[in-house]
Ligand binder design. Structure first.
Ligand SMILES: Nc1ncnc2c1ncn2[C@@H]1O[C@H](COP(=O)(O)OP(=O)(O)OP(=O)(O)O)[C@@H](O)[C@H]1O
Ligand SMILES: [Mg+2]
Length: 332
C-alpha cells in the first residue's frame, strides 16, 4: 500500500485584476458599483501524489503550474477546493502541527540567483533551517550536519564561507537544494529547477534530485514546461492547460499513448533524435487564450484541430479512460 501524501480536490486560485479608474466602476440602477475581474490561474484542479512519487506538472507558460505549487505549499491562499496532507484537510493539519508542515514541505525555485539571500553565506543558508526547526542540539552538531548536507548535494564543504554569487548557476541550485533538504522534508515542490541552468549541467541536477529522492525517501512535485524533461525523472504526469488538467496518468502511459490533442501537440514540439535534422515546425496554432476571460467550453478548443460545436459550449470533465489514465476531451 502506498500512502497518499498530497491530494488536491477541485483546487482554485483566482487573482483579482487591478482595474483603472474607468473600467473599475459601473453604474447600475443609479448606483456606482465596483467591477471585479479575476485571473483564473487554476480553476478546479484535482490530483493525488503518493509517497515516493515524482509527480510532474507540465504545460506552456501561464497555464497555472507555479500557482498550483505555491498554493499547495501555502504561499498563496486558495480560492476554493481542498488540499489534503497525509490524508488530512490542510487547515486541520496546520492547526494540529503547524511546525511539522513548514518543515515537511519545501520549495525549490527556477532561479537560484533570486531564491537565495545574497547576504548569507552557504553555512548560514544551510544551517538556518536546522536551527529554526531545532534539528541539531549544539554548534558542533550543526557544523557536522552542514558538512554532511554539502557533501550530499555535491558541494565542497571548504566553500561554506562563500556567498551564493561566488558560485555557478548549477552550484547555486545545489545550495538551494541543500537548504531545502536541511529541514528534512518529505515533500518538495521543484518549480522548473533546471530551466534557468546551462543545458550542459541540467542532467547533473536531475541526477542529484533522483539520488536524493532515493536516499531520503522524498516525494516531488516537479514542474516543467517541457515533456522531455520529465520523461526519466517522473512516474506520473499531469498536463495543464489554462488552469485545468487536461490529461494525467503514469509517465510511460502518457508517453506511449497520449490522448488529448494538446498533449499530442506538446509531444510534436519536442525535438527527437530523428527529427532534429528537420526544422522544428510550429505545431500549436494560435496563442494561449487569457485566463481572465477564458473561452467557454473546452479551454483548448480555439486551438484544437478536432474541435466541434460541442467543444465550444461545454467543458469536458476529466474522466478515467483506462486504469489510471485520465483525459478531459469529448473524443474519448
Ligand atoms: N500573483 C499573481 N497575481 C496576478 N496574476 C497572477 C499571479 N501569479 C500568476 N498570475 C497569473 O496566473 C496565470 C498562471 O500563472 P503561473 O505563474 O501559475 O503559470 P505557469 O504555468 O507557472 O507559467 P510559467 O511557465 O511562465 O512559469 C497567468 O495568467 C499569470 O499571469
Ligand atoms: Mg511558473
Amino acid at each position: 500500500m502506498t500512502d497518499s501524501l498530497v491530494k488536491v480536490e477541485n483546487l482554485k486560485k483566482y487573482f483579482p485584476v487591478k482595474l483603472g479608474m474607468f473600467e473599475g466602476w459601473r453604474f447600475e440602477n443609479g448606483k456606482l458599483k465596483r467591477n471585479r475581474l479575476f485571473v483564473k490561474a487554476i480553476d478546479g484542479v484535482s490530483f493525488e501524489i503518493m509517497k515516493g512519487d515524482t509527480f510532474a506538472l507540465v504545460g506552456e507558460s501561464g497555464c497555472g503550474k507555479t500557482t498550483t505549487g505555491r498554493t499547495i505549499v501555502g504561499l498563496y491562499k486558495r480560492t476554493g477546493g481542498e488540499i489534503y496532507f497525509k490524508g488530512k484537510p490542510i487547515d486541520s493539519f496546520l492547526k494540529e502541527n503547524p511546525r511539522d508542515f513548514k518543515r515537511n514541505v519545501q520549495m525549490i525555485f527556477q532561479d537560484p540567483y533570486s531564491s537565495l539571500n545574497p547576504r548569507m553565506k552557504v553555512y548560514q543558508l544551510i544551517s538556518e533551517p536546522l536551527r529554526v526547526h531545532k534539528l541539531v542540539k549544539d554548534k558542533k552538531e550543526e557544523r557536522e550536519k552542514v558538512i554532511e548536507i554539502m557533501k550530499n548535494v555535491g558541494l565542497e564543504p571548504e566553500y561554506m564561507s562563500r556567498y551564493p554569487h561566488q558560485f555557478s548557476g548549477g552550484q547555486r541550485q545545489r545550495i538551494a537544494i541543500g537548504r531545502a533538504l536541511a529541514s528534512e522534508p518529505e515533500f518538495i515542490v521543484a518549480d522548473e529547477p533546471i530551466s534557468a541552468l546551462d543545458v550542459s549541467i541540467r542532467a547533473q541536477i536531475l541526477n542529484l534530485m533522483e539520488d536524493l529522492q532515493e536516499k531520503y525517501g522524498l516525494t516531488y512535485l516537479f514542474i516543467a514546461h517541457d515533456l522531455s524533461v520529465v520523461r526519466h525523472i517522473s512516474n506520473k504526469v499531469a498536463v495543464m492547460y489554462l488552469g485545468h488538467i487536461v490529461e494525467m496518468g503514469d509517465t510511460d502511459e502518457i508517453f506511449t499513448h497520449p490522448l488529448h490533442p494538446y498533449t499530442k501537440t506538446l509531444f510534436e514540439s519536442i525535438p527527437s533524435v530523428e527529427k532534429v535534422k528537420q526544422p522544428l515546425k510550429v505545431t500549436i496554432e494560435g496563442e494561449v487564450p487569457s485566463p481572465i476571460n477564458p473561452p467557454p467550453g473546452c479551454p483548448f478548443h480555439p486551438r484544437c484541430p478536432h474541435a466541434t460545436e460541442r467543444c465550444k459550449k461545454e467543458r469536458p470533465e476529466i474522466k478515467e479512460v483506462s486504469p489510471g489514465h485520465y483525459v478531459a476531451c469529448f473524443l474519448y
